[in-house]
Design a binder for this molecule. Structure first.
Ligand code: SAH
Ligand code: TMP
Ligand code: ZN
Length: 417
């Protein structure tokens, strides 16, 4: 039931335009990962698209074959509020301190954060001079940031917006974005926008889920509508180079199950390129990220992971155990739909986001309840649909474990934690 009006399917690479895009993974018809349903919506057909990933043999960018119109994903009811995670809050606290201590070089040139969401990072950047400006198209999360007194431009970051920002606010000394670069289908436009916005010695910093971690952790649930791209340092540095920009430093970081923080500047800026870049490029070449076979191997292991998960859940259920899902995450939508896991296997999914409670999981229609419901009457097993928050969730739920409850995770193969 793909909808031709709002999805774009392409067998040409979205980036280099060549006809060298090789599909390697098909996760089937998929609803939008964050399109949680109300009671009345349960009875209407859901919007679905074909979730497939491909690898471009020319520019080496891994990407979705079919993408969903961003206006359908980022709007006034965007479901993800960044501040829900304590771990991410601490993570961004350290990033803000790092920016303040080592990157700001002028107390007038503006600092921008792209995809500032509810202000989780922006509020920490706000303590420096000048206060940072957020760019956030999802009106509901932007409103939360504005309530904190933050300055937020409620638009998509594009090259047109960048030109306006230069005129109204000046060139940027820092542009930062967490988990947003991979959301932007027109990456060439994004790179052009950066080249417009950056001051001569300005720096950009992006962090996104890292391709090598996705492959090695078998984290196929990182692949969903919002994530149009799965970056390697190789593919990103080539992209930026085509637009007069240069990656000068990279840092693997542990958040979201393995991400890469990439620092860049203008190609002719004075700062040197650090050895971290060459080191990571070499690691990627050694891991075969330039060859289709690495991706085909991944796809075979994903199918095996699905088999092991369905078998484990069905066996426990057949033994009369009570199973629930923990965290109504976007990744969970992918796992549940790809593996065909519905209310017959999981009684409910609990989640601490108030706006998700009372709704149903996209495609699989499992009721979402507050975490208190879980705590009031523990099941035997909780299938963790946000393995990236494993440590934080397990540390909150020690009483469940102490009472004999166990968590299950699916990657690389299904197991009881
Ligand atoms: N930076 C936060 C939020 C990540 S979610 C964090 O790391 O937790 C991605 C955010 O980017 C969403 O709030 C979404 O509305 C926003 N976004 C998506 N496309 C964008 C674009 N083209 N320009 C600016 N923000 C965008
Ligand atoms: P995400 O993977 O799409 O970011 O979603 C993570 C979900 O996990 C989000 O809906 C909030 C939920 N969550 C909890 O319910 N409890 C927690 O302790 C944490 C960290 C997240
Ligand atoms: Zn390409």
């Amino acid at each position: 039931m793909s909808n031709a009006n709002s999805t774009t399917r392409s067998l040409a690479c979205r980036l280099c335009g060549r006809d060298t895009l090789r599909p390697f993974l098909d996760l089937g018809d998929m609803p939008i990962a964050n399109a949680f349903l109300t009671d009345s919506q349960l009875h209407h057909p859901e919007y679905k698209f074909r979730l497939q990933a491909g690898f471009c043999e020319h520019c080496l960018m891994v990407q979705l074959i079919e993408t969903v119109d961003p206006g359908k994903l980022f709007h006034d009811q965007y479901a993800y509020f960044s501040s829900i995670s304590r771990v991410m809050d601490q993570h961004f606290e350290r990033l803000a301190a790092r920016i303040g201590d080592t990157l700001l070089y002028d107390d007038k040139l503006p600092v921008f954060e792209i995809g500032s969401n509810d202000g989780i990072l922006l509020q920490k950047l706000d303590r420096f001079a000048p206060p940072a400006i957020g760019i956030e198209p999802s009106a509901n999360v932007a409103a939360v940031a504005r309530e904190k007194g933050l300055d937020v431009v409620g638009e998509f970051f594009t090259s047109e917006l960048a030109a306006n920002l230069v005129e109204e606010r000046g060139h940027a000394q820092v542009v930062v974005g967490g988990n947003v670069l991979c959301h932007i289908p027109d990456l060439n436009g994004l790179a052009r926008a950066l080249a417009t916005l950056l001051e001569a010695e300005g720096v950009f910093i992006f962090e996104d889920p890292y391709l090598l971690d996705i492959l090695s952790n078998l984290a196929y649930d990182q692949i969903y509508d919002e994530h149009v791209y799965y970056f390697s340092v190789t593919s990103l540095s080539r992209l930026f180079a085509r637009h007069g920009l240069r990656v000068f430093h990279v840092e693997p970081i542990s958040v979201h199950g393995g991400s890469m923080r990439v620092f860049g500047c203008r190609a002719n800026a004075v700062r040197p390129t650090e050895p971290s870049v060459q080191r990571q490029l070499a690691r990627e070449a050694q891991a075969g990220l330039g060859e289709l076979e690495a991706y085909e191997h991944f796809a075979r292991r994903v199918a095996e992971s699905r088999r092991s998960l369905v078998e484990l859940l069905q066996t426990l259920r057949a033994d009369g155990k009570r199973l629930v899902g923990y965290a109504a995450s976007s990744k969970g939508t992918v796992i549940l739909n790809y593996c065909g896991i519905g209310p017959d296997l999981l009684e409910y999914v609990c989640d601490n986001t108030p706006t998700k409670q009372g709704l149903y999981t996209p495609g699989t229609h499992i009721p979402i309840v507050p975490t208190d419901t879980f705590r009031a009457d523990y099941p035997d097993y909780a299938f963790l649909l946000a393995w990236n928050h494993l440590r934080e969730i397990m540390s909150k739920e020690t009483a469940f474990a102490n009472g004999g409850g166990r968590f299950i995770t699916h990657a690389p193969t299904a197991h009881i934690v």
